[in-house]
Design a protein around this ligand. Sequence first.
Ligand SMILES: *Cc1c(COP(=O)(O)O)cnc(C)c1O
Length: 346
Amino acid sequence: MSDQQFASDNYSGICPEAWDAMARANQGHERAYGDDQWTTRAADHFRELFATDCEVFFAFNGTAANSLALSSLCQSYHSVICSDIAHIETDECGAPEFFSNGSKLLLARTEQGKLTPAAIREVALKRKDIHYPKPRVVSLTQATEVGTVYQPDELRAISDTCRDLGLHLHMDGARFANACAHLGISPAELSWKTGVDVLCFGGTKNGMAVGEAILFFNRQLATDFEYRCKQSGQLASKMRFLSAPWVGLLESGAWLKYAAHANHCASLLAELIQDVPGVELMFPVQANGVFVSLPPPALEALKSRGWVFYTFIGVGGARFMCSWDTREARVRQLAADIRAAVSAAS
Ligand SMILES: *Cc1c(COP(=O)(O)O)cnc(C)c1O
């Protein structure tokens, strides 16, 4: 398979800026286990980008980043409030519960993929007795699993609710860059300035080979976090190859440029198909994903034309994800095939 596909943003390869930084890091010898200049530089770039003195760690993937971050915020008898379609609930094989030695996820309803203060309160205040796992954290996903983006005032309302209820706030930012690009505001504005305690910032879906960064804005919550990373097999001995790509993405601004490009391609796809009778956009297109409901025969027709896409994510329908390298011509091809498949099906 070499044609560009829209199944996931992780079908793409490595962007030139990340690749080039890997090559630069691949010269001579360096200290191991994160004591190298690339890891220091990457962490400093994050502190500069977020305009705050946060603690920075690197993990191989988002499952590890989320799970370890949550386990750092919880005791085993605590619970994490998240959406019923959260990646930590549906796609991490119980890793958050595993790494926290049993902290339970409590599921809240969402509106267009987003948690609300009311939904959080409902779950957090449902029970207060000793028989119920004590709520300790709210975890939200920015951009969400269904391609929507929390506005800063929505985040602020959630973090106010958290403060009220004595809860920490974790952000799964597998597509944090796409949210920044959509809103056109600074990473600081979208994270610690709106009350986020810890952010898992995704690199893989935005052009890196592997790697997510874990940023603790509340530094106390990062106590001994390096031991968690080591114990869980997340301390890379040649750490420079996890951190150098971040230097490449952050120093060049490519992290934002590519996210904006992926968002643009998603908007273009939505625009090209929205007038097709029988096609319905299921959610506002705010990041790099387009969710559409299509007649089942049209889904089949698209598959037989060679298109690869997911139909099981979130709430049904088809999901088309754009990536850092998506070509507009390919978007137009997909749109034309959707139009043809739907008209043949009706
Ligand atoms: C892709 C993704 C992750 C990370 O998944 P891994 O496969 O573990 O890297 C985390 N959260 C969301 C919302 C994602 O889409």
